[in-house]
Design a binder for this molecule. Structure first.
Ligand code: ADP
Ligand code: MG
Length: 284
């Protein structure tokens, strides 16, 4: 789905007259491969290069060095621009900037309409997409009256209606309350599980990535860590050094282990911890 090779992205800093005063290397020799159907999470604190990387996945930005391939297409090939934009759908942080229509169903239909999809098919896609994110019963409502989590699910439906192979969500839950965050993550997981859409989730909430197939942790434009959630969450000290939080259960298990309890590394859920503690107790 994606093949990123030795990719560098440089931004030019300019003064008021437009003269270049310096260069920021936002992405620094990143390699990343994503197979179709994967659920990939990208973590990293502010400024680590996550959004810049995301914008390469549908050719909003081009590499300064190296290359980015999207479903076999080079993002620098101008003839492939439309095809690339249709392959990768993007969902951003602020749902209020992404919703434009007066009614939920019109908003979701806007994308396919722009693509020139015939009217009958637009309605069919709107229905399917709203059902996929659990927002079908809100189709006749005004987006303004929805909660943040509901708005964000409408944004996801709008992208889905364009039938992308992949959806990139750039901190889609950053502005939401805990229940809104859960709704959005549940919707993203369902797209991956049920519709087999490739999902790239960028976030700094650790609890949201325990389901991912593979995690990349970015720091200063580089991939600082990568692995399965279990592998990543076994490296608690490194995550803390990268200024990332760790799920509470994982941290508790880590502290107990440091104090001498023989627990396995990388415990991700409460059930797992309880099971391991019961095992220890029955051994005594
Ligand atoms: P993140 O999404 O992880 O917060 P970004 O990709 O937004 O990181 O930013 C990475 C680095 O690139 C930061 O140092 C940021 O200041 C810089 N940067 C981002 N966008 C621009 C831009 N349009 N022009 C110049 N520098 C930018
Ligand atoms: Mg960002």
């Amino acid at each position: 789905m994606f093949d990123i090779r030795n990719m560098v992205h440089e931004y030019f800093r300019r003064d008021e007259e437009g003269n270049v005063t310096g260069i920021t290397t936002a992405v620094d020799h990143v390699n990343l491969q994503v197979a179709p159907g994967d659920f990939i999470a990208i973590l990293g604190h502010n400024g680590s290069g996550k959004s810049t990387l995301a914008k390469h996945l549908n050719a909003i930005l081009y590499p300064s060095e190296g290359s980015v391939w999207v479903d076999g297409m080079d993002t620098r090939d101008e003839e492939k621009l439309m095809a690339i934009r249709q392959t990768t759908g993007m969902v951003f942080q602020n749902p209020d900037n992404q919703i434009i229509a007066q009614l939920v169903e019109e908003d979701v239909g806007f994308g396919p309409e722009n693509l020139g999809v015939p009217t009958d098919e637009i309605w069919q896609r709107v229905e399917e997409s709203l059902k996929a994110v659990g927002m079908y019963e809100y189709r006749k409502k005004s987006p303004n009256r929805l909660s943040g989590g509901q708005k964000q699910r409408v944004s996801i439906a709008g992208v889905l209606a364009m039938h992308p192979k992949c959806i990139v969500l750039d901190e889609p839950t950053a502005m939401l309350d805990p229940s809104g965050r859960r709704e959005v993550i549940r919707a993203a997981r369902a797209l991956n599980d049920v519709e087999r859409i490739t999902v790239i989730l960028i976030t700094h909430y650790m609890e949201e990535v325990v389901w991912a197939d593979h995690i990349y942790v970015m720091d200063h434009g580089k991939v600082a860590m990568e692995g399965t959630p279990k592998e990543i969450f076994s490296r608690v000290e490194e995550l803390l050094a990268l200024r990332l939080s760790v799920p509470q259960v994982t941290l508790l298990a880590h502290e107990l282990k440091k104090r001498g309890l023989p627990l396995p590394a990388g415990i991700l859920t409460r059930d797992e911890l309880v099971k391991e503690l019961v095992k220890l107790k029955s051994r005594r």
